[in-house]
Design a protein around this ligand. Structure first.
Ligand code: GTR
Length: 352
């Protein structure tokens, strides 16, 4: 045998020695079976386990809505024995509010907490709450939403692919700016004021003689700081949590808008659930709303104290009638463009 041939024979023997003996063969077969069974179990449980839903929230950690939404996710998981799982993404990390509204409608996101303000351009019925001074106070808003008007808004949302599960408190919004206290509409004349994306708000500022500037929530701080806008408007907790009070210190209690918020879900996802899970979903949402409303009241007070201690200058507007009178063209334009919404507007105005 020459050397090369000898090496080939050796290699062949070595390869042959690698072949498993009979005992090893059984062991390998058992191993393969075990791996197969495991794969089947994992695959099966993944298919019966609900996919994790993604939830959108604009607010930061510690904000009443954020705490309530995390509670909602926890309750959902508990009450459904893990059939419904939700992961909340806070602080607007999944995009701006108008974008998120489209995402929940289309099913890219499943759950969200939206202000009815930015929802108005999509859901005409929901836009009615954005008429300035339509509610007497936040409690009036909840009385309205718990009645026929709330049902009409729910139906409007459902037509656009969104199911409202509960109402959160959005407090009352007032003007703030970096220039001076606002006491009468004349003080708004010429002022550049950031508004949420909704023509009603632009109309509202124009009617007061100001220059409206629609802009995403996340851009307001920098715009106030650099003078791109002189002012904005929001409730105490958002004025505080965003740090806007550091760059726009005059807060004037106009309370021109009371905008409730919805905790809502994509309609297809909702309709795919069993009646039992739909019930659990609504119960969890209601419980989270009770918590949110309680935390909201506490935070409103705490935020007011914090901004005043931090240098904000606050003034009441005891007589708001001049602001209310200035809103006449806003109502007229809205009702001319949406004649079918007149009964809803009147229903709200006539709700005690
Ligand atoms: C907050 C509200 C947010 C967002 C924000 C804004 O009060 O909770 O959803 O609408 O105002 O001004 O953009």
């Amino acid at each position: 045998m020459n050397t090369i041939l000898a090496m080939e024979v050796q290699t062949a023997n070595a390869n042959f020695n690698l072949q498993p003996k009979e005992g090893e063969m059984n062991y390998l077969k058992r191993l393969c079976c075990a791996v197969l069974v495991l794969a089947l179990i994992v695959g099966f449980s993944a298919s019966v386990q609900a996919a994790e839903w993604k939830g959108w929230n604009i607010h930061v950690e510690g904000y009443p809505n954020t705490i309530a939404l995390d509670k909602f996710a926890e309750l959902l998981n508990q009450k459904s024995d893990g059939r419904m799982k939700l992961k909340m993404y806070h602080a607007g990390t999944l995009g701006s509010q108008p974008d998120a509204i489209e995402q929940v409608r289309l099913g890219g996101l499943e759950i969200a907490n939206f202000s009815l303000g930015p929802l108005g351009p999509v859901v005409p019925e929901a836009n009615v709450v954005s008429l300035p001074f339509i509610f007497k106070d936040p409690d009036h808003a909840f009385r309205v939403l718990d009645g026929k008007a709330g049902e009409m808004i729910n139906e409007g949302m459902a037509k656009k692919g969104l199911i409202s599960l509960a109402w959160y408190d959005g407090g009352a919004r007032s003007f703030y700016n970096s220039k001076k206290p606002i006491e009468t509409p004349a003080d708004v004349v010429g002022m550049k004021v950031r508004v949420m994306n909704n023509d009603l708000y632009s109309g509202m500022i124009s009617a007061l003689g100001g220059n409206p500037s629609p802009m995403a929530f996340s851009e307001v701080y920098q715009s106030l700081k650099t003078g791109v806008v002189d002012g904005a408007e929001n409730n105490w907790p958002s004025y505080e949590s965003t740090g806007h009070y550091e760059v726009a210190k005059y807060y004037s209690l106009s309370q021109h808008l009371i905008i409730p918020e919805t905790l809502c879900i994509n309609a297809d996802v909702y309709n795919s659930l069993s009646p039992e899970d739909q019930k659990i979903l609504r119960e969890a949402a209601q419980e989270s709303a009770v918590l949110q409303r309680k935390l909201w009241k506490e935070r409103s007070k705490a935020s007011e104290e914090k901004v005043l201690a931090g240098g904000a200058v606050f003034n009441e507007i005891p007589d708001k009638s001049a602001f209310q009178a200035a809103m006449k063209p806003v109502y007229e334009k809205f009702l001319t463009e949406n004649p079918d919404l007149r009964p809803l507007v009147e229903l709200i105005q006539n709700t005690p």
